[in-house]
Design a protein. Structure first.
Length: 557
């Protein structure tokens, strides 16, 4: 067991360092133990994260009882829901990198021996896991928990229902009073958005990939069990340090295959693809779109979860949570059973030690023999419009192909305004470009626009194609992550109003029906636009970020 913190506190030369620790209340006994960083992304920017400082106290208790000394610190988290639909969303994906970088710097600077990471809102989960993989010190991830659903007239609501209600109001389908009632009811407490959106997707993946304790993903944020889960996580991290088990021991190629399986089984967010590519990069594992498609095609979609389905994370929790799903997969040999986890045991050993409730009449998770879809829902498309790939989530999507005429928008706000004014018509393919990793920069999510289209009843009548991203709450025939992006001259930059575009999720194709000669002519006329930012964090990000097809990761020049 390598105890890096001894570099900081041992020897006469480190008397000044010990003096500073003693100024914070530590004594010589505390300083003699390993130091475990307890990182959280708590703030008042989002209900997903507002309760995390309290959970960090529980994690610290677990670390202490595990025989180590906890050192709490925090980092940023952007609220995707509040940043949505305006300039602020450009900061969201950038925050993933800042979170990973800031955790790395804190652990390296203070030579912490291990790490507990507590996260809530979308990018804080992969950002924290990326830092763990990068640092490769014994680490355990723990989710802050889901929000409880809002209840209105017997119907469970999430924040996505509010976004879709905006579209219903714009279309004259509901009154202002109806909209206000939905707004006032949808988000009743602390916790991350309730459906199988990005946060709950990545929390589910954290168990499947082995970085989180079994059963830790589904209990709600304000459930009494959440505090014990976080305490157990702190204690488990201290034990993991004793065992000298590190993230790269856990994050094998087989573990990533388990994660991709979970992504498809639960009908999870397309952001999961982006984040798994980025996480694999941190441990030097080559993961490609081909791997996602290979695993998807042998994975059934089982969980009937919002936004494409009917249930929220709290409902899944009541029937056994992620272990319930993993046990179904294990019984049918759909996951690698011998992958190592943060318990120090294999995923099979973990599941064998958990009592899964036998609820034969539950409707949330289907059997492998009678799935919702026979194959997974995180689909990779390729074609003349996206030679390097694009993604679509097909859970809840009733059509498999669409052909229509392009309606071009060079920024998301313009597309939303056109939608709100009723200018989008049946048969349109909205093309929103220059919103990619470099072009935005930051690859904005388009939930405000997609939800407005759904709310107006256009979900089956139009398609959207963008080099930006979609919220985990998005549903409909919406294709994102188009690569190469417009800003670097990808084919999406050459599309004109009225061009025919066809998309087919069964043949995995997305094609622009314009001749090669015409595209060559357009390419000669195309000029790269000026960057939207020339200084600050967004400009730095744009200069370093790569393709969405590789996880939109940043690399030194």
């Amino acid at each position: 067991m390598k105890i890096s913190s001894r570099n900081v506190v041992e020897g006469t030369a480190r008397a000044p360092h010990r003096a500073m620790y003693k100024a914070m209340g530590l004594n010589d006994d505390d300083l003699s133990k390993p130091f475990i960083g307890v990182c959280h992304t708590g703030n008042e920017a989002t209900p997903c994260n507002i309760h995390l400082p309290k959970l960090a106290l529980k994690a610290k208790e677990g670390v202490l009882d595990g025989g180590a000394t906890p050192r709490e610190f925090s980092t940023i988290a952007v609220s995707d829901g509040i940043a949505m639909g305006h300039e602020g969303m450009k900061s969201s994906l950038v925050s993933r990198e800042v979170i990973a970088d800031s955790i790395e710097l804190m652990v390296r600077a203070h030579q912490y021996d291990a790490l507990v990471g507590i996260a809530g809102c979308d990018k804080s989960l992969p950002g924290t896991m990326m830092a763990m993989a990068r640092l490769n010190v014994p680490s355990v991830f723990v989710y802050g928990g889901t929000i409880m659903p809002g209840m209105l007239d017997g119907r469970e609501l999430t924040v996505v229902d509010v976004y879709e209600a905006v579209g219903q109001y714009d279309a004259g389908k509901i009154s202002l009073e109806d909209l206000k009632n939905i707004e006032n009811t949808a988000c009743p407490s602390a916790g991350s958005c309730g459906g199988m959106f990005t946060a709950n997707t990545m929390a589910s993946i954290s168990e499947a990939i082995g970085l989180a304790l079994p059963g830790s993903a589904s209990p709600p944020a304000e459930d009494d069990r959440r505090g014990k889960i976080v305490y157990d996580t702190g204690k488990a991290c201290a034990k993991l340090l004793e065992q000298n088990i590190r993230p790269r021991d856990i994050l094998t190629f087989e573990a990533f295959e388990n994660a991709i399986t979970m992504l498809n089984v639960v009908g999870g967010s397309t952001n999961g693809i982006l984040h798994l590519l980025a996480l694999a990069n941190e441990v030097g594992i080559t993961l490609t779109y081909d791997d996602f498609e290979r695993v998807r095609k042998k994975t059934p979609h089982l969980a009937d979860m919002k936004p494409g389905g009917n249930y929220v994370m709290n409902s899944l929790d009541k029937i056994g949570g992620i272990p319930f799903i993993l046990k179904k997969l294990l019984d049918k040999n759909l996951i690698h059973e011998n992958t190592l986890t943060v318990t120090g045991k294999s995923i099979k050993e973990n599941l064998d030690s958990i009592t899964i409730p036998d609820i034969s009449d539950q409707k949330i998770v289907k059997s492998v023999e009678a799935p919702i879809h026979s194959v997974g829902t995180a689909v990779i498309l390729k074609g003349t419009l996206a030679p390097d790939g694009a993604v679509i989530k097909t859970s809840g999507v009733e059509i498999t192909e669409f052909t229509g005429k392009a309606k071009i928008f060079d920024r998301e706000e313009d597309a939303f305004d056109a939608t709100a004014k009723g200018e989008i018509e049946e048969g349109d393919v909205l093309v929103i470009r220059y919103e990619g990793p470099k072009g935005g920069p930051g690859m904005r999510e388009m939930l405000a626009t997609t939800a407005a289209l759904i709310g107006q009843g256009l979900g089956k009548k139009v398609a959207m194609v963008t080099d930006g991203r979609f919220s985990g709450g998005t549903r409909g025939f919406m294709i994102g992550h188009v690569a190469p992006e417009a800003f670097v001259g990808g084919p999406i930059a050459l599309v004109k109003n009225g061009d025919e575009i066809s998309i087919n999720t069964e043949t995995n194709s997305i094609d622009l029906h314009v001749s090669k000669e015409e595209l060559d002519s357009r390419r000669k006329e195309w000029k790269a636009p000026k960057p939207n930012y020339t200084s600050g964090a967004l400009a730095k990000y744009a200069s370093l970020v790569g393709s969405a097809a590789e996880g939109a990761i940043t690399k030194p020049i």
